[in-house]
Ligand binder design. Structure first.
Ligand code: CO
Length: 138
């Protein structure tokens, strides 16, 4: 079966400090921080907010060599990536590769929430860092 994207799973937003960013999401937007979790593989702390099944994922670097630290240095805080839930993650990656898109992750790795994730290279995606994740829907 042809792999498909099911929904936008989350938007990743780079912040210098999760604690400083949370009041905007909670007090102004009225969202609730569900949890804060460290993702060692990406050297980031994450905070999650649910909005109708689509999440906002705040990303704070835990070390200067985190990819998010480099993003903050060059671009400042803001939207970092868009994550799509795929029906079949390995097949979706293979399909992207077949269409000529460079993969940052050839093999899915461990992301937050015990999900498998993989990134496509923004050079091939119109400048939008794109993440595919397993949707857990099969
Ligand atoms: Co993400």
């Amino acid at each position: 079966m042809e792999p498909t994207l099911k929904k936008i799973d989350h938007l990743g937003i780079a912040v210098n400090s999760i604690e400083e960013a949370i009041p905007y999401y909670e007090n102004t937007l009225g969202l609730k921080c569900e949890k804060i979790e460290e993702v060692a593989s990406q050297k980031v702390r994450t905070a999650f907010f649910d909005l109708g099944g689509v999440h906002i994922e705040l990303l704070e670097p835990m070390s200067p060599d985190s990819p998010v630290a480099k993003f903050l240095e060059t671009k400042g805080p803001g939207v970092h990536h868009v994550a799509f839930a795929a029906s079949d993650l390995p097949a979706m990656l293979a399909k992207a590769k077949d269409t000529g898109v460079r993969l940052i992750d050839e093999v899915p790795r461990e992301g937050a929430n015990n999900k498998k994730i993989a990134f496509l290279h923004p050079k091939n995606t119109g400048g939008v860092l794109t993440e595919f994740c397993s949707c857990g829907c099969h």
